[in-house]
Ligand binder design. Structure first.
Ligand code: AMP
Ligand code: MG
Length: 530
């Protein structure tokens, strides 16, 4: 047996005594025992070699029947005592009560080759007590999206859950992709995802809402001991209140860091409900996410959120803070004082602002962050982005080509970044002049830093990716995979392994979104129904 098991969550925390697999309210428990539903004809579509190596699996093992059976949910190792987690959450700003793992089943926790704990979780492996009226399944479309995006995010340096494998189940699943009364059969699939823990804000919230304080305290102590060991050794009676407060402060910072990364690479999560926020500050639950193409703070890929735009790109920092408020509200039933929690929440805004400014300074290749005047430069740039549709990823990458040593004519200057514009021929003179004026200000600012042009380019290219998982690229891979051709899934997995490298042979994958993809389903519009 190649995997090294180390189950903790389902050993240390209270289980639901009811072992039937019926939808129900589950009280005083962190999880319910539930087995994956066997599938007809599992087929390994793709796997992540570096993840299998990390888990101690060699190539032969990954390509074996054993692997396919285990990670499709057809077979269990004796050490696997699978379970679905119980949690609640605020959905779109409203308390939704119990939600739970409706289509995720945790197989086990294992120790990776670095000695770290990793939980293995199947997504789409069948009904659980938390499936409510849904089917517990996932389709190939959404599974390819989760599989590819979580890995792309990892290689971009964004904190995230990861993926091990993508399986077809050999079964058909009915989905109404746009909730418009046109359901269709789609191929079923299961992703095995991997993270040190899948605990969410909502796990704590549900106990607090139900006043199940003993379990709430147990879960808090468990989470700190297992996942925040640097906060101290756990005393018999549990951690001190001061430790809880330090822990919350750390969650605030981890969450802020995660969102700064999202903003840096132009990622829009799409459903930042509190059940979709990881207590470890990892990007979790890849559903109707999307990538900014034309820079637009109001853009959301989620059609369910088209009206309110609650989870649009530009709102993500505030929503993160709002979610942290909800978490604090849950923790206060144990902490019983609010000053320090409130302070952490207030500091979230300052910390985010600081980190965000630093992030933009790095994107611009500025050596010293000059505070207010640099913030002005950044704000002006964002305003310019609004004047003509500008691809954020291509813009920052192109910007690194500017040389402070050169005397540019206006035309030469704008030429450097013109491939970032979606309609370069339709830019009016006023806009053009604003863009040129900004570029000239930028060059002046660079000169103040005195950093060598080549050195600056190298640095900028470490923070401004060349390759992001543009929505249409994922869709192309999905379209091919649906016909049984998985080559594009594997190709993308490979391209996004080195998103900061030039990869001249893959230039095609760095191009801006083609016009046909502007309004195509899956490329610009997605729903939660996956
Ligand atoms: P989400 O917003 O997609 O993270 O999902 C919200 C809740 O709905 C979670 O409790 C999920 O487990 C549940 N859910 C989503 N899709 C399904 C499905 N196909 N079957 C069962 N539960 C689901
Ligand atoms: Mg979710």
């Amino acid at each position: 047996m190649p995997l090294q098991f180390n189950n903790q969550f389902n050993v240390q925390l209270p289980a639901d005594p009811d072992v039937t697999n019926q939808p129900r309210q589950v009280h005083n428990a962190c999880f319910s025992w539930v087995k994956p539903t066997p599938v007809k004809a599992p087929l390994l579509v793709a796997y992540v070699p570096e993840m299998s190596v990390m888990l101690g699996l060699n190539e032969q093992e990954v390509n074996s029947q054993w692997f396919t059976q285990i990670f499709s949910g057809n077979q269990l190792e004796p050490e696997m005592k699978p379970y679905a987690m119980c949690y609640g959450g605020h959905q779109f700003g409203h308390w939704a009560g119990q939600l739970g793992d409706g289509r995720a089943i945790n197989l086990a926790e294992v120790i990776d080759i670095d000695g770290n704990t990793q939980a293995l979780q199947l997504k789409g492996a069948g009904l659980t007590p938390y499936s409510r009226t849904a089917d517990g399944l996932a389709v190939l479309r959404s599974s390819v999206r989760e599989f590819l995006c979580s890995e792309a995010m990892f290689h971009l340096g964004v904190p995230t859950t990861r993926a091990l494998s993508l399986m077809l189940t050999g079964e058909q699943v009915m989905r109404d992709m746009f909730y418009d009364g046109h359901p269709e059969y789609e191929p079923g699939a299961v992703v095995c995802r991997v993270a040190p823990s899948f605990i969410r804000f909502g796990n704590f919230q549900l106990f607090a809402a139900r006043k199940e304080l003993k379990e709430l305290k147990q879960l808090i102590d468990f989470t700190i001991e297992q996942h925040f060991p640097h906060l101290g050794k756990r005393p018999q009676q549990g951690f001190d209140i001061a430790v809880y407060e330090r822990w919350f402060d750390e969650i605030c910072r981890l969450t802020a860091d995660m969102v700064v990364h999202w903003m840096r690479v132009g990622f829009v999560h799409g459903v930042m409900n509190t059940d979709n926020l990881s207590i470890l500050g990892l990007t979790i639950d890849y559903g109707p996410y999307g990538w900014l193409e034309g820079y637009d703070p109001d853009w959301t890929p989620n059609t369910t959120d088209e009206q309110g735009k609650r989870y649009c790109y530009g709102n993500q920092p505030q929503i993160a803070q709002w979610n942290l408020y909800q978490l604090a509200n849950a923790l206060v039933s144990i902490i019983e004082r609010t000053e320090n929690l409130e302070q952490s929440l207030t500091e979230f805004a300052d910390y985010y602002q600081q980190q965000s400014q630093q992030m933009y300074a790095e994107k611009l290749g500025l050596k010293n962050n000059k505070g207010e005047s640099d913030q002005k430069l950044i704000n002006q740039l964002m305003e310019n982005f609004g004047l003509t549709e500008t691809d954020m990823t291509i813009f920052f990458r192109a910007l690194s080509h500017i040389k402070t040593t050169q005397n540019y004519t206006d035309d030469n200057l704008i030429q450097i970044i013109s491939k970032a514009f979606y309609q370069p021929d339709n830019i009016d003179n006023k806009t053009k002049n604003k863009i040129i004026a900004w570029l000239r200000l930028y060059i002046e600012r660079l000169k103040q830093d005195g950093i060598n042009d080549d050195e600056r380019m190298t640095k900028m290219n470490l923070t401004n990716p060349k390759f992001v998982l543009r929505n249409y690229l994922a869709q192309q891979a999905i379209d091919k995979a649906t016909t049984g051709d998985f080559s594009e899934v594997k190709k993308l997995l490979n391209v996004f392994r080195s998103p900061y490298d030039e990869q001249p042979e893959n230039e095609l994958y760095a191009e801006k979104r083609p016009e046909w993809a502007r309004h195509k389903a899956g490329c610009s519009m997605l729903s939660c129904s996956s």
